[in-house]
Design a protein around this ligand. Structure first.
Ligand code: NAD
Length: 334
């Protein structure tokens, strides 16, 4: 069992990263967190207000591609655990401008791996009880599924279809290679779609809620039949924590909510919750507006999270119905 003491969390001012920082400060009373984030359009210091314990959190604005900075942080804070969230994460942006995805997701991950390799080799001789590199990835690396295909497992071959998923696939392979080539103590998680507090307004669920509030059209790609597995973000954080503490080195773990939903049903479900919160308006479903589908849009993702349950005893604690209620309430809070 591994106990993280001083963590370098990358991308900790973004959606999942800030939830993870909150989760760790609240559940581990010893851990210290150095939070490295470039504060691109997707990151915000607003996401880090009123942390459970500010005194154990240090924010550093900087780029994961900046080798000198990473080396300095590893040494200065004697980092024993890297938890790597930082990425360009929006598929639509990767279609209009793929280059930054390759730079941040591939080169950035490589820079972190190289710096960690050199620092931990010198300082800790890769002692597995003393250091850990955890990489956060996505189920999108596995490509798309037909209706009757079995869910993605850890042995499903990679078949990325967007520049985003291709860049994440590249980073996953580098992490794997650093384990097999150098013995860097790594673990990787591939997770399904997250939802919950602090998600950037560009993503599906915040867009639905915002457009309901503003009574503006809710855009739905194609006919809305695309299927995704959804996981409440705090359940993702508890899954990552379980893998860092108890996971087997060099292994990949799929994390999912066992909650497959069509996009259109998600929209209708949220519209129903918004109707409950705002009774005097006409039904929010009338705002739904179908728009031209995204090129290369994967039709279905589903995650088989059996390994997380069997090996690590992890289960999601929210169903979609309970998690989405919490989420809508959070966005409605003043
Ligand atoms: P996000 O876009 O909300 O946050 C990304 C953060 O990374 C931002 O704060 C941004 O400022 C920071 N960042 C970007 N480039 C950087 C750089 N060069 N140096 C330092 N910081 C940089 O993304 P998210 O939704 O929180 O996703 C986090 C991770 O989880 C990503 O690796 C993503 O691929 C993965 N993931 C996300 C989902 C999801 O549903 N959101 C699902 C599975 C996996």
């Amino acid at each position: 069992k591994f106990k993280p003491e001083v963590m370098l969390v990358t991308g900790g001012a973004g959606f999942i990263g800030c939830n993870y920082v909150r989760y760790m400060l609240a559940t581990d009373s010893d851990v210290k967190i150095i939070n490295l984030d470039l504060l691109t359009y997707a990151g915000s210091l607003e996401n880090l207000k009123e942390l459970p314990d500010e005194s154990r959190h240090t924010f550093v604005q900087g780029d994961i591609c900046d080798r000198e900075l990473i080396e300095r942080l590893l040494r200065e804070y004697e980092i024993d655990t890297v938890v790597h969230f930082a990425a360009e994460s929006h598929v639509d942006n990767s279609i209009s401008g793929p280059e930054i995805f390759i730079k941040t997701n591939v080169l950035g991950t490589f820079t972190l791996l190289e710096a960690a390799r050199q620092y931990w080799q010198q300082e800790k001789a890769f002692d597995q009880s003393q250091c850990r590199f955890h990489h956060i990835s996505t189920d999108e690396v596995y490509g798309t599924l037909e209706a009757d295909d079995p869910a993605f497992s850890e042995t499903t071959p990679y078949a990325p279809n967007s520049p985003y998923s291709a860049s994440k696939a590249g980073s996953d392979h580098l992490v794997r290679a650093y384990f097999h080539t150098y013995g860097l103590p790594v673990t990787t998680t591939n997770c399904s779609n997250n939802y919950g507090p602090y998600q950037h307004s560009e993503k599906l669920i915040p867009t639905i809620i915002r457009n309901c509030l503003n009574s503006t059209p809710i855009p739905v790609y194609g006919d809305g039949s695309n299927i995704r597995d959804w996981l409440y973000v705090e359940d993702h954080c508890s899954g990552i924590d379980a893998v860092i503490r108890k996971g087997t080195l060099g292994e990949v773990y799929n994390i999912g909510g066992i909650n497959e939903w069509n996009n259109i049903d998600i929209v209708k479900c949220i519209c129903g919750l918004m109707d409950e919160a705002n009774e005097q308006n006409s039904p929010h479903e009338s705002l739904i507006s179908f728009v031209t589908d995204r090129p290369g849009h994967d039709w279905r993702y589903a995650i088989d999270a059996t390994k997380m349950g069997k090996e690590l005893g992890w289960q999601p604690s929210e169903t979609f119905e309970t998690g989405i209620r919490k989420t809508v309430q959070w966005y409605l809070e003043p």
